[in-house]
Design a protein around this ligand. Structure first.
Ligand SMILES: [Zn+2]
Length: 103
């Protein structure tokens, strides 16, 4: 709690005024892994482990379509495995979107 060293930025000042259920998008230009990562949230400056949500991307649909033609019982398989999807990283404390891992 005491090591809140960085001075408040404009974004931080704005974030303190918006309700927590309306997270402000902060895109961090760094590589993300397809699993939860330890980092410091750029919005609330808490040491966090990112919350990951997996979303199907265009590759997921493409693989599913190919499997549909090749062997249709496997067509839904890409939707079941997380490595075929985008990994969206969020801060578990303030809900800020931090970045995406794309296959
Ligand atoms: Zn945060």
């Amino acid at each position: 709690m005491a090591e809140r060293a960085p001075p408040p930025t404009y974004d931080e000042a704005v974030n303190n005024k918006v309700p927590p259920q309306r997270p402000v998008t902060v895109v961090v230009e760094q590589g993300f892994a397809p699993f939860p990562q330890r980092m410091t949230c750029p919005s609330c400056h808490c040491p966090i482990e990112t919350r990951v949500e997996y979303r199907p991307n265009s590759n997921t649909h493409l693989i599913a379509l190919l499997l549909c033609f090749l062997f249709w019982p496997c067509a839904l398989y890409p939707y079941c495995i997380d490595t075929c999807k985008d990994a969206l990283h969020y801060c578990p404390e303030c809900g800020t979107f931090l970045g995406t891992y794309t296959n």
